[in-house]
Ligand binder design. Structure first.
Ligand SMILES: Nc1ncnc2c1ncn2[C@@H]1O[C@H](COP(=O)(O)OP(=O)(O)O)[C@@H](O)[C@H]1O
Ligand SMILES: [Mg+2]
Length: 377
């Protein structure tokens, strides 16, 4: 039996060759994106890379220098912000300090001239959604940071926008509260079913909340993918280094086969158990994540390792020069023979590690050929 495929539909939000220049400098440099209905899409990048400028063009607060924005097939460029089916929540929340929680949420609805009864129903519904019904009569300063954030969210959702824009939505919260609020925020967005584009410089936030992430640098998008794709198969050195932690080795391709390649670097020979689009002797970088690396104490006369790769490959010797214990895991820094530092992360699955490793110990570190990412640019 064949299952009928749905006809490929237009993406919900389409951004085409978008450019924004300030005094001749390109803050957003030729960005194209297609975002589906119901996605939580994150723009991730360090400060100044153009995230907010892109978001502000979606909201209508900035006019693009060039390019197009279409929402559900409708051209948005030229449509003023208040006429777009779009709402933006700011990092500062921008709540009115003199208005109650209830009136803050009602504000936009009143301005739109909705009937009183409809406003009341909508506001109560929104406050229930963010679990602040009991706080309706309070003023913003009588709320915690997390509660203020939820009022701002309720206000942004009250007009039932088709597109919700969040600029560093949890930036004002401390770490513990942030993690809890990330999940709440995702739950609420999914309940409402609104499509969301969020901006963040915090990769944990992007990874835990987003369906897909665009990694930005200097006004451009380097890679778009699901969190797992971006982490496990970064497409360039910048993304590999920016997302999480990567051990990066620089060298040359020495064997180039369809099903495997060998990369030679100063530290070791890397047996990569997949082909790459490259040529023999081309310069490449090899990236290995710290948690993919196994560690064992060097013991003279004892068989050292049982890796899937052939012996002599994907393996370095070194000395532990730093140990950081985080409870759930321990991070090791291993100085390799050539002087470089290898970062290794091990999970503390058992309470009593029978062979705890300490600073000064000599170790062998190895990794699997399938855990290597080869980067050509
Ligand atoms: N209104 C503006 N006038 C001039 N330059 C601006 C303006 N807004 C942003 N920029 C510049 O554009 C670049 C990108 O800024 P922004 O989009 O705020 O970055 P991000 O949100 O990623 O931190 C920065 O170099 C910033 O100084
Ligand atoms: Mg910003």
């Amino acid at each position: 039996m064949t299952i009928a495929q749905p006809a490929s539909s237009q993406p919900f939000l389409l951004i085409r060759n978008l450019v924004k220049e300030f005094d001749g400098v390109r803050a957003v440099n030729d960005i194209s994106l297609a975002i589906d209905k119901g996605e939580i899409f994150a723009l991730l990048g360090s400060s100044g890379c153009g995230k907010s400028t892109l978001l502000r063009m979606l909201a209508g607060f900035e006019t693009p220098t060039a390019g197009a924005i279409e929402l559900a097939g409708q051209d948005l460029v030229g449509v003023p912000p208040y006429e777009r089916p779009v709402n933006m929540m700011f990092q500062s929340y921008a709540l009115f300090p003199h208005l109650t929680v209830w009136d803050n949420v009602a504000f936009g609805l009143r301005r739109d001239g909705l009937p009183k009864a409809a406003i009341a129903e909508r506001v109560d519904q929104m406050l229930a959604l963010v679990q602040l019904g009991a706080y309706a009569k309070r003023k913003p300063h009588q709320l915690s940071g997390g509660q203020q954030q939820r009022v701002a969210l309720a206000r942004s959702l009250a007009k039932r926008p088709q597109l919700l824009l969040l600029d560093e939505p949890l930036g004002a919260l401390d770490k513990k509260l942030r993690e809890q609020t990330q999940m709440e925020l995702v739950n609420i967005i999914e309940q409402v079913g609104v499509t969301c584009v969020m901006v963040t410089h915090d990769q944990d936030e992007a990874m835990s909340m987003a369906t897909r992430i665009a990694v930005m640098s200097e006004g451009r998008i380097l890679q778009v993918g699901a969190p797992g794709e971006i982490y496990e198969t970064p497409n360039c050195r910048f993304v590999a280094d920016f997302i999480g932690t990567a051990n990066m080795f620089n060298g040359h391709v020495r064997v180039d086969q369809p099903d495997h390649v060998v990369v030679e670097t100063a530290e070791c020979r890397h047996y990569v158990s997949h082909g790459i689009s490259g040529t023999n002797n081309m310069p490449v970088s090899v990236a290995v994540r710290p948690e993919k690396i196994a560690l064992q104490r060097q013991m003279p006369g004892v068989e050292q390792r049982a890796s899937a790769a052939e012996d002599g490959y994907n393996c370095v010797a070194g000395e532990i020069v730093n140990v950081s214990y985080f409870g759930s895991e321990t991070h090791y820094q291993v100085r390799m023979a050539q002087g470089g530092i290898l970062k290794v992360a091990r999970t503390n699955a058992a309470r009593h590690e029978e062979a705890r490793m300490e600073r000064g110990q000599h170790v062998v570190a190895w990794w699997d050929g399938s855990d290597i990412v080869v980067l050509t640019h």
